[in-house]
Ligand binder design. Structure first.
Ligand code: NAP
Length: 267
């Protein structure tokens, strides 16, 4: 991080700059993962765009390259350990290190608890929780080597932190609550290696995952009644927070849970 004097001389132009940093984003073919990748690249990070669908990752990489950034696409299903190991190996082979992991890949399937099957439960926990654990486990040795790292776990306001429940989402809420607890505990263990671990809790964000809220007038109205800013969030309004947590400007923040929800949890 620059000293105040150096910052003044540079006109603070280096704030939030990720030049020379290497970032992996999971679930990055669309939605918020895509904008995390684009904004990290805009901040000059070298970005690994990963998701189940390689072709769509390649389109995101093409967008980044067109804008003058550096990125590669890697197919990675976060429920497949071999895919994760391959993603880490390809990142190190291409860029030499890993500085930032954005655990973002997730699913959200509405189903009332009484209809929920073990398979529904397992699928959500496997992707949303174990996938985060596996990806963190795979990158941490690389971060320890260089005594530097930033792990950013995308949770949700459905994580159960402030007494807000979401009907039809017991499995999703359990996975997101698990992410927050995982973040707090991991932050303690990785602090000695100068690796920070934080969670972001987006509110209702306009991505394909939240499409059903947009198309169902009742669900949309119910959401708006809870959101003081009276609109859904834009993906990039969460990605700005990702860039901040990935940057040196967040160096004293770890084990935290930062909310971007248009005021939802304040009501
Ligand atoms: P999205 O548009 O559905 O994007 C999620 C991406 O993750 C998709 O490309 C999806 O691919 C991918 N994915 C699913 N399973 C995967 C797996 N096993 N391995 C790798 N990638 C996988 O959703 P989003 O809204 O951008 O959500 C991003 C994150 O934010 C998620 O963790 C979500 O829970 C969280 N979040 C979203 C909201 C919201 O309102 N949108 C609010 C709070 C938190 P497929 O399409 O093929 O499944």
């Amino acid at each position: 991080m620059l000293s105040v004097q150096e910052g003044l001389q540079a006109g603070y132009s280096n704030m939030f700059n990720l030049n020379e940093k290497v970032a992996i984003v999971t679930g990055a073919r669309r939605g918020m993962g895509r904008t995390h990748a684009l904004l990290l690249a805009q901040a000059e990070a070298k970005v690994v765009v990963s998701d189940i669908d390689l072709k769509e990752c390649e389109q995101v990489v093409a967008e980044i390259k067109k804008a003058g950034g550096e990125a590669i696409a890697v197919k990675c299903d976060v429920t497949n350990k071999k895919d994760i190991d391959n993603m880490v190996a390809k990142t190190v082979e291409q860029f030499g290190k890993i500085d930032i992991l954005v655990n973002n890949a997730g699913i959200c399937q509405f189903k009332p608890f009484i209809d929920l099957t073990d398979d529904d439960w397992d699928k959500t926990i496997d992707i949303n929780l174990r996938g985060y654990y596996w990806c963190a486990k795979a990158v941490v040795p690389e971060m320890i080597k260089q005594k530097y790292g930033r792990i950013i776990n995308i949770a949700s306001i459905a994580a159960g932190q402030v007494g807000v429940g979401f009907q039809g989402l017991t499995h999703y809420c359990a996975s997101k609550g698990g992410i927050v607890a995982f973040t707090e505990a991991l932050a303690l263990e990785l602090a000695p290696y100068n690796i920070t671990v934080n969670a972001i809790a987006p509110g209702v964000i306009d991505t394909p995952m939240a499409a059903s809220i947009k198309t169902d007038p009742k669900a949309y109205e119910a959401s708006m009644a809870r959101i003081p800013l009276k609109r859904m969030g834009k993906p990039e309004e969460v990605s700005g927070l990702v860039v901040f947590l990935a940057s040196d400007e967040s160096s004293y923040i770890t084990g935290d849970f930062i909310v971007a929800d248009g005021g939802y949890l304040s009501t």
